[in-house]
Design a binder for this molecule. Structure first.
Ligand code: RP5
Length: 176
């Protein structure tokens, strides 16, 4: 999928066997979740994208979590809004790391999504990013993979060096 597509599908980095699953409760979450896909595209990490609603298709959601590791995924990024049970429920059935993205809806500014995702019981972790923080979810998935991939780790280090350079440039411009 190109980073400019407006609906979920499978991604460009998707031509190879996916190692990250990006799932969300509804296609209405995609404008937020797309940033996770773009981050994975930047690092050429293959991923898949799907809608897996915890409330509207609970059996399919459990099947997705049950099969994720055996299908070769190494991490799952799950985004949902409101009563956002998808990341936690997936974490309850898969041994893979699950990264939760609280999607902000029109009410409550995403606080409902955040609290639904972050307050997991001990033993069932979800790595929760900020409200709407799908880009960081993608970058966190890259870091997880980079722990066992030297080339990817070096790429992440270059990315971090670029971030530092950009921040220093801003300082230089202010001081000039
Ligand atoms: C949640 O309900 C979804 O994750 C989405 O954020 C929200 C609204 O879904 P739609 O009514 O737009 O399908 O389950």
């Amino acid at each position: 999928m190109s980073g400019t597509d407006s609906s979920p599908s499978t991604g460009s980095a998707l031509s190879a066997t996916p190692v990250v699953g990006i799932v969300m409760g509804s296609d209405s979450d995609w404008p937020v979740m797309e940033a996770a896909a773009k981050a994975l595209d930047e690092f050429e990490v293959p991923y898949e994208v799907d809608v897996v609603s915890a409330h509207r298709m609970p059996h399919e959601m459990i099947a997705y979590g049950d099969g994720a590791a055996d299908r070769g995924l190494k991490a799952v990024i799950a985004g949902a809004g409101g009563a956002a049970h998808l990341p936690g429920m997936l974490a309850s059935v898969t041994p893979l790391p699950v990264i939760g993205v609280p999607v902000p809806l029109s009410h409550l500014d995403g606080m409902d999504s955040l609290l639904s995702i972050v307050q997991m019981p001990a033993g069932v972790p979800v790595a929760t990013v900020s409200v709407g923080g799908a880009r960081n979810a993608g970058l966190l998935a890259v870091r997880l993979l980079a722990a066992h991939d030297t080339a990817l780790r070096e790429r992440m280090e270059r990315f971090q060096a670029e971030l530092k350079e950009q921040a220093q440039d801003k300082g230089r411009r202010l001081r000039a």
